[in-house]
Design a protein around this ligand. Structure first.
Ligand SMILES: NC(=O)c1ccc[n+]([C@@H]2O[C@H](COP(=O)([O-])OP(=O)(O)OC[C@H]3O[C@@H](n4cnc5c(N)ncnc54)[C@H](O)[C@@H]3O)[C@@H](O)[C@H]2O)c1
Length: 256
């Protein structure tokens, strides 16, 4: 990825930071966009500390002007935009579908689904104008099979998956590949937020739901993003790469 420019939306913590660092290790110049300045700046310092090139931009993925600023920062600082990973998302409290308020539903959608569309709206033309590249949206296995007590989040992630397929076809002959990574549980702040809402016995069940009996390290998700952005995935577009430690294929009858 030498001389390539990557943008990470939500690159200021856990998984997003691991993705930004994976782009750096592959030789790319990285724009770290995050709503939280402290985390974003920390990611930039980590990359610069390894001799890499990175810049932070304060951006809320659900705000048009901020998304435009993030894309423009890539062009102004590094002269182009070739790759983008839309990693940020907003979950809401674990509760039954009928108890979700309209405000909670809209808040979840505004970042988790609308934010990905808004980001691609400005990233796609910028990447095309830079000669082509790739976009990776981070969805979730919840968006593939649904998730009881997380209906808004699961619906938003399902939307992210189909949004990626639509974009993949629109841009397939225009030099931009669009793929989705679908993680299950990741060791990150977001997962901790979710686990904290659950009773003790259910937390153990969450780990066991993964056939491997553990959560993903953020780097394991970042490796999937880096692969899909790389030339090794040059014929892969419109794909959902499941990175879930065997959660979707685990049988709830046979316990090995
Ligand atoms: N954590 C999990 O177990 C898990 C499971 C499946 C899918 N995912 C998905 O993986 C992705 C990463 O999740 P994570 O929990 O690892 O979080 P993470 O550790 O990558 O942190 C998310 C970052 O996004 C930033 N952010 C939040 N809202 C933003 C906004 N509106 N605009 C810009 N930045 C914003 C946060 O400040 C934070 O730095 C998300 O899309 C999430 O839905 C996570």
């Amino acid at each position: 990825m030498a001389n390539r420019v990557a943008l990470v939306m939500g690159g200021g913590a856990g998984t997003g930071r691991a993705i930004a660092r994976a782009f750096d290790r592959a030789g790319a110049q990285v724009v770290v966009a995050d709503i939280r300045e402290e985390g974003g700046q920390e990611t930039v310092e980590l990359i610069r500390g390894q001799g890499g090139h990175a810049v932070y931009v304060q951006a809320d993925m659900s705000v048009t002007a901020d998304v435009q600023k993030a894309v423009n920062t890539a062009r102004e600082e590094f002269g182009a935009l070739h790759m983008a990973c839309n990693n940020a998302a907003l979950g809401i409290e674990t509760k039954p579908l009928a108890s979700i308020s309209e405000e909670e539903w809209d808040r979840c959608m505004s970042v988790t689904l609308r934010g990905v569309w808004l980001s691609m709206k400005y990233q796609l033309p910028a990447i095309e104008a830079s000669g082509g590249g790739a976009i990776i949206n981070v969805a979730s296995v919840s968006g593939m099979r649904g998730e009881a007590l997380q209906a808004a989040y699961a619906a938003a992630k399902g939307g992210v998956i189909t949004l990626g397929k639509s974009a993949a076809v629109e841009y397939a002959r225009r030099g931009v590949r669009v793929n989705t990574v679908c993680p299950a549980g990741i060791e990150s702040g977001g997962m901790q937020f979710y686990l904290d809402t659950l009773p003790e016995d259910m937390r153990e069940k969450v780990l066991n739901a993964h056939a491997m009996g553990r959560l993903a390290a953020p780097e394991e998700i970042a490796d999937a993003v880096a692969y899909l952005c790389s030339e090794r995935a040059s014929f892969v577009t419109g794909h959902d790469l499941v990175v879930d430690g065997g959660l979707l294929v685990r049988s709830n009858v046979v316990d090995l």
